[in-house]
Design a protein around this ligand. Structure first.
Ligand SMILES: Nc1ncnc2c1ncn2[C@@H]1O[C@H](COP(=O)(O)OP(=O)(O)OP(=O)(O)O)[C@@H](O)[C@H]1O
Ligand SMILES: [Mg+2]
Length: 473
C-alpha cells in the first residue's frame, strides 16, 4: 500500500519539522511535504494529490483560512485540518463551517495528531462508501433517467422494455409533468431504432398551416414562402421514432392526413406529385382526456384507435408517493452538481409536506421546487422556509382536492362539487381516525347526512378506524 500523503503548512520551521518528525516516526508512516506559506501550500495541492493537509491558521501574508477557502473553491479533495496556537472556539467553528474537516490546538502531540488523521481517514472512507452506495441505488432505481421504485412505475418500465422493439404505436397519457417525454425517449432508446433519430413534434405549438409543411415537407414554390424545397419531419425521422407531443391539440384537418400516413406508411410533401415511403414509429403523448375529445367530436375516432394500440398511463406523483424521497435525492444530486452547492438533504418536516402536497405540476414541479430551495437555503439542509408558499400552506385537510378535468376537459359544477365533497369527506374521516360523529361536526353536516353521502360515494373508512361508540352504517 502507498503511504498516505500529508502536506504541512506552517510559517514556523520548528512546527513543520516537529510534525514531520512525528509523522515519519510512525511504522508504515506518512509521506510528508512541507510548505512555509498559504500560497506555497496552494500551489502544491493544485499540482499533486494529497490525502491530508495540516495548515496553521495565523500566518502572513495570507492566513490559513485563505488557503482553506481557495482549496475548497478549487475542489481539492484532501482532508484539511486546521491548527492554531490559540484556543479559539469561534475560529474552530468558522473553519469547520468553511469546510475544514477538523481543528487542532498547537503544540501538537503525537497522540493527538494520529487520532485526528485516523478520524479524517475514516471520514473519507465513509464518504467514498456513501457515494458508491448512492450510485448503486441510483442505478437500481432508474431506467433511462426515469427515477422510480413504485410498483406502478416499475410496471411501466417493464412495458417499455417489452414493447420497445416492436413498431407498435404507443400512446402515453398522464398529467402535466409526469414524465411523458422521458418515457417516450425510453421507448425509443431501448428499441432497435435507437441509432436513428428521435424527432419530437409539439402538435399544439405550431400553427396549422406550418405544421403540415413541417411534418410532410414541401417542394419549392408549394406556397408563397416556399422559396426552396424542405424535407419534412417524417423524412427526418425515417428509421427512427416520431414523438407526437400533445397529440390532442393536433388540428382536425391534420388528423385525417396523419391517419393516412400511418396507414399507407408514405407521405406526400406539399406541392409534390410523388409519395415517399417512410419507416417511422409513432409514440404519442397527451395530458388531455382524448377519449372525451373523441366523444365530443374534437378528435377523430379512427385516428384515436389507430394510435392507441398500446397505452401507457403515467400516474401523478401523489399516487406514487414512495417515489418522492427518491426523486428528491435525485434532484438534490443533480442540482448540487449544476449549482455547485453542497446540500445534504431536506428537513424531515419538508419531506412530510412533500408527501402531503398535491403536486399539480408533478415531477416537473418537484424539480423546480428543489432547485429553488437549493438556491435559497443558507445551510446544507432544506428547511420549510425555503419552500414556496403553496407547499408551506399545504396541510392536507381543507386543501382543494384534485379535480380530474383540470387538464382541459371542462366538468360541470355539479360534477366538480361531487368530487370535492367526496374528497372532503375522506379527509375529514382520515383526520378523525374514522370517527363519523366528529367528521360530521368538522364538515358541519348532520351524522345521518354524512352516512347517507358516504354510502352514496362508496366511502368505507379504513378497517379499525371506526369510532367505538358508533354503529356502522
Ligand atoms: N421519474 C422521473 N425521474 C426523473 N426525472 C423525471 C421523472 N419524471 C419526470 N422527470 C423530469 O420532470 C420534468 C418533466 O418531465 P417530462 O417533460 O417528461 O413530462 P411531461 O409529462 O412530458 O410534461 P408535460 O405534460 O408538461 O409536457 C423533466 O425535467 C423530467 O426530466
Ligand atoms: Mg411533455
Amino acid at each position: 500500500m502507498t503511504k498516505p500523503r500529508v502536506l504541512v503548512i506552517d510559517d514556523e520551521s520548528d512546527v513543520r519539522n516537529t510534525i514531520a518528525a512525528i509523522l515519519s516516526s510512525r511504522k508504515g508512516g506518512y509521506e510528508v511535504v512541507l510548505a512555509a506559506s498559504a500560497a506555497e501550500g496552494l500551489a502544491l495541492v493544485k499540482k499533486q494529490p494529497f490525502d491530508h493537509v495540516l495548515s496553521d491558521i495565523y500566518m502572513e501574508p495570507e492566513d490559513g483560512l485563505f488557503f482553506l477557502s481557495q482549496a475548497k473553491k478549487d475542489d481539492i479533495p484532501a482532508n484539511i485540518i486546521m491548527m492554531s496556537g490559540q484556543a479559539d472556539a469561534d475560529m474552530a467553528i468558522k473553519a469547520i463551517k468553511m469546510g475544514a474537516c477538523d481543528y487542532i490546538h498547537k503544540p501538537v502531540t503525537a497522540g493527538q495528531l494520529f487520532f485526528v488523521l485516523q478520524r479524517a481517514e475514516e471520514q473519507s472512507r465513509l464518504k467514498k462508501e456513501n457515494a458508491f452506495l448512492r450510485s448503486e441505488i441510483q442505478k437500481k432505481y432508474s431506467f433511462n433517467n426515469i427515477v422510480a421504485k413504485s410498483p406502478k412505475m416499475l410496471r411501466i418500465f417493464n412495458i417499455i422494455a417489452k414493447v420497445a422493439d416492436y413498431k407498435t404505436t404507443v400512446m402515453i397519457t398522464g398529467e402535466s409533468g409526469t414524465g411523458k417525454e422521458l418515457v417516450a425517449k425510453a421507448v425509443h432508446f431501448n428499441s432497435n431504432r435507437r441509432k436513428h433519430p428521435f424527432v419530437p413534434v409539439n402538435c399544439g405549438g405550431i400553427p396549422e398551416n406550418l405544421l403540415e409543411s413541417e411534418l410532410f415537407g414541401h417542394v419549392k414554390g408549394a406556397f408563397t414562402d416556399a422559396v426552396r424545397a424542405k424535407k419534412g419531419l417524417f423524412e427526418e425521422a425515417d428509421g427512427g421514432t416520431m414523438f407526437l407531443d400533445e397529440l390532442g391539440d393536433l388540428p382536425f384537418p391534420l388528423q385525417v392526413k396523419l391517419l393516412r400516413v400511418l396507414q399507407e406508411e408514405e407521405i406526400r410533401p406539399l406541392g409534390d406529385t410523388r409519395n415517399i415511403k417512410v419507416d417511422v414509429r409513432i409514440v404519442a403523448a397527451t395530458a388531455r382526456n382524448l377519449e372525451q375529445d373523441v366523444k365530443n367530436g374534437r378528435f377523430r375516432e379512427d385516428l384515436y384507435y389507430r394510435i392507441n394500440v398500446l397505452s401507457i398511463v403515467i400516474p401523478p406523483i401523489r399516487e406514487r408517493k414512495e417515489d418522492i424521497p427518491l426523486l428528491v435525492d435525485h434532484f438534490r444530486v443533480k442540482y448540487n452538481q449544476r449549482l455547485g452547492t453542497a446540500v445534504r438533504g431536506v428537513h424531515p418536516e419538508v419531506m412530510r409536506l412533500f408527501l402531503e402536497y398535491r403536486w399539480p405540476g408533478n415531477v416537473r414541479e418537484l424539480e423546480n421546487v428543489m432547485e429553488r430551495a437549493m438556491v435559497l437555503t443558507e445551510t446544507d439542509t432544506i428547511k420549510v422556509e425555503d419552500l414556496p408558499k403553496q407547499i408551506r400552506m399545504s396541510t392536507g385537510v381543507g386543501m382543494p382536492p384534485s379535480i380530474p378535468g383540470l387538464d382541459g376537459t371542462i366538468l360541470s359544477i355539479k360534477q366538480s362539487s361531487k368530487i370535492l365533497e367526496k374528497e372532503l369527506i375522506k379527509k375529514a374521516l382520515a383526520k378523525t381516525g374514522g370517527n363519523k360523529t366528529q367528521a360530521a361536526q368538522l364538515l358541519e353536516i348532520s351524522l345521518p347526512a354524512l352516512l347517507y353521502k358516504m354510502k352514496g360515494y362508496g366511502i368505507v373508512p379504513e378497517p379499525g378506524q371506526a369510532g367505538e361508540n358508533e354503529i356502522d352504517a
